[in-house]
Design a protein around this ligand. Structure first.
Ligand SMILES: Cc1ncc(COP(=O)(O)O)c(C=O)c1O
Length: 472
């Protein structure tokens, strides 16, 4: 048989129909699937798939192994509450398929007129939805990439490095900031050592007075301060830094203000008041693949001034430059981003927002917030459990009371093995002072449009059952 990459006329239909059948059956089975595949499944899969690179293909039968792959994967279960993970909204998944079929390279309007238009439209929608209208931006692989881009803009705006190289400069964030901030410092040549870790209060929020003091200290020592990074939803406990106070301090000291809202910013759709101050930022990270439930990957960086993005990222070869002028036809993402080739991430988000409407997302976020309050209430009412952090957004951190870290770790492992709910863990300082010697906590984060009230109740049931099974 001659080998060709061409598909016969009806071959794609057959393949896609089979893929859709697998996808639909998977989605229907989610409530009854374990919240994590048995550990053995991953090893079995590796053994089962350990075949040599095929020289000749097998056609549609190539999909046979996919069901196995699905069974060995972490399912988007209604009872998955780990990390900060969205739940994979299926309309958006259909959008991803269509985006791949369309295969646009969203570098610029010139190379992808419709896709560039839709991405810019969706960026406008996101800014509007979180109370920050008028921001520009682009979709990214995730919050880490968005934070890196924001810090690159901050640096170029306050301590330009693109021509002469990095100059010494300091940046401030709270002790609870996400690891991607320190990584960005390292990658940009600013150095992790120049990231000032500002203490937090008992609610795990940055202390504005301590921030101001650190800025003054650096100023007196002749060090150049360039940016403050406030976190809107810390990864450990979901704490919100005091955005209004931090914005005032940033303004007073002429610092770039970035809000890392990868976890929390999209909750402004449901509760704008709590995020007052965010609109004063120079840049904002948000993650539609978290709290807009989009399938990975779909992060976003918003910025107030596109000229700051161009100052950081422009400098593209003539071979890519637009032949057109003007705000529409002349628009180039590659002049405002480190990426040249970019996939059509906006299609899934556009489709999913049009299909459901923003109101449905708002309701889902409100439910997540309520689920966290409900679980906090159940933990507080259960003498065997002890809550170890306030619930600001949708994260609840707690321990099995009177047990040490090792016992709590064993309980978490058992909870996961039991397969009904999936929780993760966090290290929580006892008085909000994050100095690395905190206690181990079980952590449930609600960011799941499939979760029902009984799934929340299952958390306490499972932890108590796991505690009994692991009891000394
Ligand atoms: C506060 C915060 N910032 C940044 C990130 C990184 O986002 P991503 O995983 O999309 O790179 C996370 C991820 O959980 C986060 O919680």
């Amino acid at each position: 048989m001659p080998m060709s990459l061409d598909l016969a006329a009806d071959e794609f239909r057959r393949l896609a129909a089979e893929a859709v059948r697998i996808a639909a059956e998977y989605l229907e089975s989610l409530p009854s699937r374990p919240s994590f595949p048995p550990h053995l499944a991953g090893r079995e899969l590796a053994a089962a798939l350990g075949e040599p690179l095929p020289e000749a293909g097998c056609g549609v039968a190539a999909l046979d192994a996919v069901a196995r792959l699905f069974d060995s994967s972490r399912p988007n279960s209604p009872r998955f509450f780990a990390y900060v993970m969205g739940s994979g909204e299926p309309v958006a998944a259909a959008g991803d398929l269509l985006a791949s079929v369309l295969n646009q390279n969203v570098t610029s309007w010139r190379s992808a007129p419709a896709a560039a238009t839709i991405e810019r439209l969706v960026i406008g929608w996101l800014g509007e939805a979180i109370g920050c209208p008028g921001f520009s931006g682009s979709l990214t692989g995730g919050g880490s990439a968005a934070n890196l881009m924001a810090l690159a803009m901050a640096r170029e705006s306050r301590a330009p490095a693109n021509t002469g190289g990095a100059q010494p400069a300091v940046v401030y964030c709270s002790a609870e900031a996400h690891m991607s901030i320190a990584k960005a410092m390292a990658l940009l040549g600013l150095g992790r050592g120049n990231l000032r870790s500002i203490p937090v209060d008992a609610q795990f929020r940055m202390e504005p007075a301590a921030l101001e003091e650190a800025i003054r200290e650096d100023g007196s020592a002749g060090r150049r301060a360039i940016a403050v990074i406030a976190t809107a939803g810390t990864v450990n406990t979901g704490a919100l830094d005091p955005l209004i106070e931090i914005a005032a301090i940033a303004r007073r000291h002429d610092l770039w203000l970035h809000v890392d809202g990868a976890y929390g910013a999209l909750a402004a759709i449901a509760d704008a008041e709590r995020f007052a101050g965010m609109a004063q930022a120079d840049s904002i990270t948000l993650d539609p693949h978290k709290w807009l439930y989009q399938p990975l990957d779909c992060g976003c960086v918003l910025y107030r001034d596109p000229a700051a993005a161009r100052a950081a990222f422009a400098g593209t070869g003539d071979y890519a430059r637009s032949l057109y002028d003007g705000a529409v036809e002349g628009f180039e993402f590659f002049e405002e981003s480190p990426e040249l080739s970019r996939r059509f991430r906006a299609l899934k988000l556009w489709l999913s927002l049009r299909y459901h409407g923003l109101g449905a997302f708002r309701e889902a976020i409100v439910r997540d917030l309520q689920h966290a309050q409900d679980l906090a209430g159940m933990v507080d009412a259960e003498p065997a459990l002890e809550r170890v952090a306030p619930v600001e957004l949708s994260t609840v951190c707690f321990r099995y009371a009177g047990a040490d870290d090792d016992r709590n770790r064993a309980i978490l492992r058992r909870v996961i093995e039991r397969g009904r709910v999936y929780l993760s863990n966090a290290t929580i300082a006892s008085r909000g002072v994050s100095n690395g010697d905190g206690r181990f906590a079980l952590r449930a984060c609600f960011m799941n449009h499939r979760t029902k009230n009984e799934d929340v109740t299952a958390v306490v049931e499972e932890v108590l059952a796991a505690a009994e099974e692991t009891g000394a």
